[in-house]
Design a binder for this molecule. Structure first.
Ligand code: EPZ
Length: 428
């Protein structure tokens, strides 16, 4: 187990390169199962969710060769064991994308119920109804193994009763090899939805409309391998934008798509940062005070829930009282109690938090409760007076490549420290 030790107070200045998008990578890797030839995937982030996805593929029998830190050759021609065991699924929500991919390839799939960040109830009913609408039968065994199978996958008109990133991706994967036309309505529009559709199309799929409310998929009978470069990570970029604003720093964030960051830019400017956009980079700096705002998370193109904890940290030291409304997840304020240990004045009532700005935060021992909460605590540590120790940083390593090293390169005093497993002293 590792922890971060941060001495706060430094202004962070310089430039950072953003890695490939986690939430695109964890969909694109299972999608290589649909190719009848090898794929070369570039700009893969070096994070534990990607390592685990590659391990799942290689345990299934795929050839997986890591060519360099961000490029992987994958050949799924000789799959011998098309299932995802609990041992892997329990660590990663996105393991459920193997359901849609295996269904498309074999018309049968066995995947254990997924784990991942605990953000409240995370049902998969919309995925299951979508598969059923394509002609599958889906059962969940008492031990938590999900079985899905179909005689044939047949295109259909599917209206999702709520917007879901995961259900959109999973049903798109299955439908890409279904017979005939599938129309998906009320779909998610996140950048990673578009990236997966582009990858599938580069392998020979026929998917139109990704990024809008309606996706039309003409099923194809076979797909070929492809070379593909994953988009930059919107949330990693947004996190460094928040870090520039929080530390009154000046950071150029490189290898990004500014369009994906518009809702984050808009809020950061209201909070008091200056944002300059270039073709594939963005500069964020702040000289004045931090202002209160109201923030509501929404599906894309609204403000992303995955940036909510990081923005809340800025508001803990802003002037006045801010309100944060979490509209996606039932329980995404678990980190509030950790911030209170650092002196933040934050009250949570269900899906709403009210933050009264305080003059400063104070370093404290805290625990990352999930991936983005962990990133938020790092930001809190960077601006706090004194030393902050953050435990359970394995959550952060699931989604941020070389986070501590990138922060050090722009002036942060952060160290990764090995913590031996605690042993309980025998009772006398
Ligand atoms: C994806 O989760 C992301 N994960 C999450 O990112 C992100 O927070 C979320 O989308 C929202 O943007 C990946 O892409 C791997 P949803 P997902 O299905 O797909 C309800 C991060 O920090 N719902 O869009 O699981 C659900 O309860 C992570 O990187 C159903 O009711 O999210 C939630 O309220 C954490 N039934 C809402 O929809 C379903 O079948 C949106 O969930 C599915 C979802």
């Amino acid at each position: 187990m590792n922890k971060y030790v941060i001495n706060g107070g430094n202004r962070l200045c310089g430039s950072v390169d953003i890695s490939g998008a986690k939430n695109a990578a964890v969909a694109i890797l299972p999608a290589t199962l649909l190719a009848e030839g090898p794929c070369l995937i570039e700009n893969l982030p070096n994070i534990s969710d990607v390592t685990r996805s590659l391990k799942i593929l290689s345990e299934m029998g795929a050839t997986v060769n890591v060519l360099n830190k961000s490029t992987v050759f994958i050949d799924t021609a000789h799959i011998t064991s098309p299932l995802v065991p609990y041992e892997h699924a329990k660590h990663m929500r996105a393991s459920y994308y193997f359901l849609g991919a295996l269904l498309a390839r074999y018309k049968t799939a066995n995947v254990a119920m997924p784990g991942g960040c605990d953000l409240g109830a995370r049902p998969i009913d919309r995925h299951i109804r979508g598969f059923e609408d394509l002609g599958c039968s889906v059962t969940i065994e008492p031990g938590g193994m999900i079985h899905a199978s179909a005689e044939a996958l047949v295109g259909n008109h599917i209206f999702f009763d709520g917007v879901s990133v995961g259900a959109t991706i999973n049903v798109m994967l299955a439908a890409s090899k279904a017979e005939g036309l599938t129309v998906l309505e009320n779909v998610a529009k996140e950048p990673h939805i578009v990236d997966l559709a582009n990858f599938l199309n580069s392998m020979g799929a026929d998917i139109r409309g990704a990024g809008t409310d309606v996706i039309k998929i003409h099923g194809v009978s076979s797909m070929h391998g492809a070379n593909y470069t994953i988009i930059p990570d919107q949330i990693e970029a947004g996190t460094f934008m928040a870090i520039a604003a929080a530390t009154a720093g000046d950071i150029v964030i490189k290898n990004i798509i500014p369009k994906h960051l518009e809702s984050i830019t808009e809020k950061l400017v209201k909070i008091g940062a200056t944002v300059e956009e270039y073709d594939d980079s963005i500069r964020v700096f702040r000289n004045g005070p931090l202002n209160k705002i109201t923030l509501k998370t929404l599906p894309h193109p609204g403000f992303p829930t995955d940036m909510q904890p990081q923005m809340t940290v800025l508001l803990t030291v802003a002037e006045g009282s801010s309100m944060i409304i979490e509209d996606i997840w039932d329980n995404r304020f678990k980190y509030a109690s950790e911030l209170r240990r650092m002196g933040a004045d934050i009250r949570v009532d269900g899906k709403v938090a009210v933050v009264d700005g305080v003059p400063f935060l104070t370093g404290a021992p805290v625990r990352a409760t999930d991936l983005r909460a962990g990133a938020a605590l790092v930001i809190a540590g960077l601006i706090a007076k004194g030393t902050t120790e953050i435990e359970d940083i394995y959550h952060i390593e699931r989604g941020y490549e070389n986070f501590a090293e990138k922060l050090q390169s722009i002036g942060a005093d952060i160290k990764t420290v090995y913590v031996p497993d605690r042993t309980i002293a025998p009772a006398f």
